[in-house]
Design a protein around this ligand. Structure first.
Ligand SMILES: Cc1ncc(COP(=O)(O)O)c(C=O)c1O
Length: 305
């Protein structure tokens, strides 16, 4: 998806012009994939741009870094403030936000301990990741031939740049085969998630979403959806799923910051009722929550200024 430039990017404590936010070709993380990042959205609310669950995203960034033994030289609070300043400076009513921490220029080699850590935060306008009609007509999914990382191969709780080689391989394979998105199975054959979304499946009227232990990122949207689903009286839990559960699902949706709540209409050409009744209600409530329109969830929205 093409990027629309904004005026400024926050880099290591300073705002720099979009075109000046450059790095050296020998930047360490470019070579070895040891960067950590977040994807966050700000929405147009009646009180100005509201950033959805900003503090939790920055906490996850810090946790990802902790797993890599990377020391981010800014506290959670400093990065929360920097993110708000970046969004406010853009003048956009809503946007996608990309904070990234990476090992910078100066060292080469796999021991990252001597490397300096650089941090940048950019934002730009971004539409629906899986298409504007992802809720109404749904997305076509394919089970990937690529396996999600084992917990002892690449830690799924860490949102590292390197982890996304696996996701990109699966995404390209799915798109080239004419599908919209891929479902990743873990090395034990259980469903973990999609290339950039968590997955929810309804079986016997109950919603199930795979846990971190099965290779899923602990999604912030996943957690919001579970709260919304329970508040709507739906039965929802973390649980193991096989590919057969997907083929005979009563309804299915995927969710994430970029994809929001997107319905699934088929998996490997087995049709799934779409959009399902629970999917529609959850998508609608999620849409209101992110825009600060639901009192119950108002703490989830942090104003940019
Ligand atoms: C692999 C993967 N799983 C799940 C998600 C959903 O996470 P979140 O809802 O926190 O954006 C994402 C998006 O960041 C992702 O990249």
């Amino acid at each position: 998806m093409p990027i629309t430039p904004t005026d400024q990017i926050w880099m290591n404590g300073k705002m720099v012009a979009w075109d000046d936010a450059r790095i050296h070709v020998l930047t360490h993380s470019l070579h070895y994939g040891m960067g950590v990042f977040e994807g966050i959205r700000a929405y147009d609310t009646s009180r100005g741009p509201g950033i959805f669950r900003l503090t939790e995203h920055i906490e996850r960034l810090h946790n990802s870094a902790k797993i890599l033994m990377m020391e981010i030289p800014y506290s959670v609070d400093e990065l929360v403030q920097a993110t708000k300043a970046t969004v406010a400076a853009s003048g956009l009513p809503g946007c996608y936000i990309r904070p990234i921490a990476y090992y910078g220029y100066g060292e080469m080699g796999l021991n990252t301990m001597p490397c300096s850590v650089d941090v940048a935060i950019a934002c730009w306008p971004w539409g629906a990741y899986l298409g504007e009609d992802a809720l109404t007509t749904g997305v076509r999914m394919k089970i990937s031939s690529w396996t999600r990382h084992d917990n002892n191969t690449m830690p799924p709780a860490a949102k590292t740049t390197g982890n996304y080689v696996n996701s990109s391989l699966a995404k390209i394979e799915a798109v080239k085969a004419g599908y919209d998105e891929a479902v990743m199975l873990n090395p034990h054959g259980f469903v973990s998630e999609c290339t950039g979304e968590n997955i929810f499946v309804s079986r016997h009227g109950k919603l199930i979403t795979p846990p971190l232990a099965d290779g899923a990122l602990e999604g912030i949207t996943q957690s919001a959806v579970m709260t919304i689903a329970r508040d709507q009286g739906f039965d929802v839990s973390l649980g193991q799923l096989t590919r057969s559960d997907l083929y005979i699902a009563e309804e299915m949706f995927v969710c994430g910051t970029a994809a929001e709540v997107s319905a699934v209409n088929s998996v490997d050409d087995r049709t799934i009722p779409c959009p399902g009744g629970m999917t529609k209600v959850i998508a609608e409530e999620y849409g209101k929550a992110v825009r600060g329109q639901t009192d119950r969830y108002k703490d989830w929205v942090e104003l940019a200024s």
